[in-house]
Design a protein. Structure first.
Length: 198
């Protein structure tokens, strides 16, 4: 069963988390393109920071919707995976480049699958779920590409990750803005008070 209307309204209250994740992803992508000569360790640190911050915002979004949405866990799982991927990158900075690529690829595929799952749950409630589907598909394709070509050079990897981050960021911002519109409509219609949402 999909999200009920109350759950969508609650999710819309954390629209800023999607926008923040999108902005951080875009910043990561821009930094990757501005300095394509980043050393492998610097690239690991940059990815780790992005994954951890993205994971924390996902956790916040999921936790804030837990009482109204039976599917709140998908945001929490996605957040935990992001944090785990970031921590692995921090704890094992000297790991071979291929191992890092595989960690990033696994994170991208699983995150993409969760984004698509979330979009399926949202489809009956909001029209903006397309942005989440596209973000999920892009994430899965990116992860699969890393699995197919795990030995690519650092510069190529930096461009690939940077490009993915830019596209993913834009799609998340579009979803966040759609949720912001729903939030504004709910405030105007006094949906929060009527449904007892704090």
């Amino acid at each position: 069963m999909g999200l009920n209307f109350t759950a969508v309204i609650v999710l819309a209250r954390v629209w800023w988390a999607f926008v923040l994740r999108g902005v951080l992803a875009i910043l990561f992508g821009v930094l990757a393109f501005l300095n394509v000569a980043l050393a492998a360790i610097a690239l690991v640190a940059l990815f780790a920071a992005w994954a951890i911050i993205d994971g924390v915002t996902g956790l916040i979004a999921g936790w804030r919707t837990r009482s109204q949405d039976r599917n709140w866990w998908w945001s929490v799982v996605e957040g935990l995976l992001g944090i785990a991927a970031g921590i692995i990158a921090v704890l094992l900075p000297g790991t071979a480049a291929v191992a890092l690529v595989l960690v990033i690829g696994a994170w991208a595929v699983i995150t993409g699958a969760l984004e698509i799952y979330g979009a399926i749950k949202l489809r009956a409630q909001i029209s903006g779920e397309l942005w989440l589907v596209l973000a999920g598909i892009g994430s899965i394709l990116f992860g699969l590409l890393l699995f197919i070509f795990p030995t690519m050079g650092v510069v190529t990897l930096t461009w690939l990750i940077g490009g993915f981050a830019l596209v993913f960021g834009v799609l998340l911002i579009m979803l966040g803005l759609r949720l912001r519109t729903i939030h504004g409509q709910a405030v105007r219609n006094n949906e929060y008070a009527e449904r007892g949402i704090e």
